[in-house]
Ligand binder design. Structure first.
Ligand SMILES: *[C@@H]1O[C@H](CO)[C@@H](O)[C@H](O)[C@H]1NC(C)=O
Ligand SMILES: *[C@@H]1O[C@H](CO)[C@@H](O)[C@H](O)[C@H]1NC(C)=O
Length: 248
């Protein structure tokens, strides 16, 4: 799991070292400079070797058809980009998925699974927000709207948990990661979770609560993540088609 992240980072680092080693011979180096040059070349070579080892391990680990570590990285980037392209926030979707600890960059179902994980992590993180705000609030009307929010946040979290569970299939038994039925269920659950958040904001606005701005801003990321997951599900057949896959 770790190696995939290292691999991507390592790959990014190889090029700058290449630039340095090719740029240096243009000058006539002093002995001190030569030492530095040697160090830079050694470092560059080291980076390349480590990069190749990690890359090779990666390729082996992934059962990928491509023998080239470089092209497998390019392929991973292309895969994530293709999946994120259908979302409303393709750039941040790409950045977020690329930073997460990934098991398989090449499978759109796994990439979707990551967006789901991002959403549930973020929703878990903000789930205590209404309760925290209740303890700070002295306004009865705000308090009552916030109690509704607490219930709605709990519901949103359980809706997302159902989706996460649906994506948790064992290695044996041959259960499919995504089926038409699962996609339809998850669309319903994720939409319900998004509606929960909206209903919370509506309630706070109705009560003229001062907490509304804070709640809105803290919900922004979870909203974005859920909207990404939902967009991927809505376009899943087109996406799978691009990867030569089909929904079961
Ligand atoms: C999906 O993510 C969950 C964690 O959120 C993980 O337990 C599960 O193994 C993942 N499934 C796949 C196929 O990546
Ligand atoms: C949870 O939210 C807080 C405040 O927004 C943030 O600083 C922190 O990094 C978040 N933690 C995770 C795991 O996302």
């Amino acid at each position: 799991m770790e190696e995939s992240v290292n691999f991507v980072k390592g790959y990014g680092k190889v090029n700058p070292s290449d630039d340095e080693t090719t740029a240096v011979p243009c000058q006539s180096p002093s002995p001190k400079r030569r030492k530095t040059v040697a160090a830079v070349i050694t470092l560059g070579l080291f980076a390349i070797i480590v990069g190749s080892i990690v890359g090779a391990a990666e390729v082996h680990h992934r059962r990928t058809k491509s023998p080239e570590p470089q092209s497998s990285s390019v392929k991973a980037v292309a895969s994530i980009k293709a999946v994120c392209a259908v979302t409303q926030h393709p750039e941040s979707c790409f950045t977020d998925v690329s930073t997460i600890d990934s098991g398989n960059f090449f499978d759109p179902e796994v990439i979707f699974n990551f967006t789901l994980r991002l959403a549930i992590n973020e929703l878990t993180n903000i789930s205590s927000l209404p309760k925290t705000l209740i303890s700070k609030s002295h306004d009865l009307r705000t308090g009552s709207a916030l109690r509704d929010c607490a219930t709605l946040f709990d519901d949103a979290l359980s809706q997302l948990s159902r989706s996460v569970e649906a994506m948790r299939v064992g290695p044996v038994g041959g259960e499919k990661l995504l089926t038409e039925e699962k996609v339809a269920d998850m669309k319903t659950w994720i939409s319900a979770a998004m509606t929960d958040q909206e209903t919370c904001v509506d309630g706070l606005e109705e009560m003229g609560s001062t907490a509304v701005d804070e709640v809105k801003s803290r919900m922004q990321r979870s909203n974005e993540y859920m909207s990404n997951s939902l967009a991927i599900l809505a376009n899943i057949e087109t996406i799978l088609d691009q990867f030569g896959l089909r929904l079961h």
